[in-house]
Design a protein around this ligand. Structure first.
Ligand SMILES: [Zn+2]
Ligand SMILES: [Zn+2]
Length: 553
């Protein structure tokens, strides 16, 4: 295959979030999106709050990477960008609002944002062997793009996240006509959003949430606390409009809510009167029925405004009877228990809670089966790859494509790391590239390596044992006896007994080490860890983190 284009997903296929795919022709690569994934329970407990794609492949081909194209500004599409640009500073193209969100993140990390170029639907960008046309598409993020990427092998339609919204809140419609034109001219590959491929019918409009929300505004007599994703600008617009209608002021809570509202307002993507927003320092001056708080934390994220409110840890705001809590987002699989725990806390405080499981306070930004069929029918691609979704959703989307007349050999269900190659007539799998996760501790804005995660896990599961060895500097003999402190391993007399036994074990071990071993701190540490671990395994069945501290006197 000489005229071959490769599609190389680095994240987001077979998993939820972290959307990031390379499209490669010859020596030229375009990257479609660069998102993050939010870890659930276990990893969060270890202090990991973000997961970004492993970019070994991009680093190995850094000279070939021409640009990143962003479909829209949701975290699962842009959140990983700083961690890529940090190492490979390439140009980034996207809509004004998407780039507004990106710029904020880059500034926070002190990264250069000069290479951001805002583009508009309908223009074309020539870059290497590619010609890229952004097309207007509807999604829960304003100004979202679907891309038509012309390659020498044919046209790729990259939908990004989308739904067929016939009555968009901002009147910006999907360019279905242009998609049909591409369909008429011939589309080599359609890569289409699979998030809701297992839901029958046509996706409901964003307007569908407005009536149920209006009903809640009408019946709430006290304060309203509404949580949605801080990047769901359409939803925020709906809430802001209802607040105006019911004479309530809007109080943004949470850093990202505040900054996203500011950015979207500045760019004209959110319409709200200046005097309708009040800061969280001012709210006490207003009657409860005059307030709606817009808070981050629909998924119960530990440091989010909503979670802190639930656990009564938010400065000066205490939830009380009469308050109405609305969680206007879907609960991402894996977060159900955390969110339920948060809702319990709100009920304990006497508030009334509405969420997407009990009320119609959320409509998805992703197309259902009928939306997906419309996309397939308009573009009539030669080959099809379901993107954005866990494996069952990709499989379901593939089945829909078959219903629409595509044959097995025209459809490829890829997972992150798998390479698909296509030319005008055929498609095949072409091996794998390195893919996987980078774990980020966002407080430090830094990647955590696997060794550190392992250490955190041992500590959290089985505790830690600190051993202090005081050795003489010159003749490597013991000065004073070793000290042992067990934390989180055992308790009471069992702990004391274990510490005593460990001192004995360490003394015994030290007797068996030769002069050379005793003189080398590194070697000595390893030997002590080894001995102690064997002993602990036998005595307690536990594997705590063992930390020797060697001092030379
Ligand atoms: Zn999205
Ligand atoms: Zn997405």
């Amino acid at each position: 295959m000489s005229n071959t284009v490769q599609v190389i997903p680095l994240g987001g296929l077979g998993e939820f979030g972290m959307n990031c795919t390379a499209i490669r022709f010859g020596d030229s690569i375009l990257l479609m999106d660069a998102g993050v994934m939010f870890p659930s329970g276990g990893l969060r407990g270890l202090g990991i709050d973000l997961i970004t794609p492993n970019i070994t492949f991009l680093k190995e081909h850094r000279d070939q990477l021409l640009a990143v194209f962003l479909t829209h500004g949701h975290e699962d599409h842009i959140g990983g960008l700083p961690y890529i640009l940090d190492e490979i500073p390439v140009p980034v193209y996207g809509s004004r609002l998407s780039l507004g969100f990106v710029r904020k993140r880059l500034d926070e990390r002190g990264l250069n944002s000069k290479k951001l170029t805002s583009i508009q639907a309908g223009e074309t960008i020539e870059i290497g062997p590619f010609t890229v046309e952004p097309l207007s598409i509807t999604h829960s993020f304003p100004d979202s793009f679907c891309y038509a990427i012309k390659t020498p092998a044919g046209v790729i339609i990259w939908t990004g996240d989308f739904k067929v919204e016939l009555t968009p809140t901002d009147n910006r419609h999907s360019d279905l006509g242009r998609l049909a034109e591409y369909g008429d001219e011939g589309v080599l590959l359609l890569a289409s959003d699979s998030t809701n491929a297992d839901v029958a019918g046509l996706s409901p409009s964003e307007h569908a949430t407005k009536e149920p929300l209006r009903a809640l505004f009408r019946k709430s007599e006290g304060r309203i606390f509404l949580s949605c994703f801080s990047s769901s600008i359409h939803r925020i617009q709906v809430v802001v409009d209802l607040a105006a209608e019911f004479d309530r002021f809007v109080v943004p809570l949470g850093r990202s809510m505040l900054s996203n509202i500011t950015i979207a307002r500045e760019l004209g993507c959110l319409k709200i009167a200046e005097e309708q927003i009040i800061s969280h320092a001012q709210w006490e001056e207003f009657a409860p029925e005059k307030l709606v708080f817009l808070a981050t934390g629909t998924q119960g994220e530990p440091r989010s405004a909503m979670n802190r409110l639930a656990f009564d840890q938010y400065r000066k705001i205490t939830i009380r009877p009469g308050d109405t809590i609305i969680l206007s987002a879907r609960i991402i699989p894996g977060n159900e228990r955390t969110v339920s725990g948060m809702i319990d806390c709100f009920y304990r405080s006497g508030a009334t809670v509405y969420d997407s499981r009990t009320s119609e306070v959320h409509s998805s930004g992703h197309g259902y089966q009928a939306d997906l069929k419309i996309m397939l029918n308009l573009t009539r691609p030669k080959f099809f790859v379901p993107i954005h979704g866990e494996y069952r959703q990709l499989a379901k989307h593939a089945a829909l494509a078959k219903d629409q007349g595509l044959k097995n050999d025209q459809i490829h269900i890829l997972e992150s790391g798998q390479v698909l190659q296509l030319d005008e007539t055929e498609s095949s799998l072409g091996g794998n590239v390195v893919s996987g996760y980078r774990y980020i501790d966002s407080a430090r804005r830094k990647e955590i390596d696997l060794a550190e995660i392992k250490e955190r896990r041992y500590m959290s599961q089985d505790g830690v044992i600190l051993i202090t060895l005081n050795l003489k500097k010159k003749t490597p003999f013991l000065g004073i006896p070793p000290g042992v402190a067990c934390k989180g391993v055992l308790s009471g007399t069992a702990k004391l007994k274990l510490e005593k036994n460990l001192v004995k074990q360490i003394n015994r071990a030290l007797d068996t080490f030769n002069r050379e071993e005793l003189a080398d701190d590194d070697k000595l540490s390893k030997l002590i860890i080894h001995r102690v671990k064997i002993f602990l395994k036998k005595e307690t069945g536990k594997r705590p983190l063992v930390v020797p501290l060697i001092q030379r006197m």
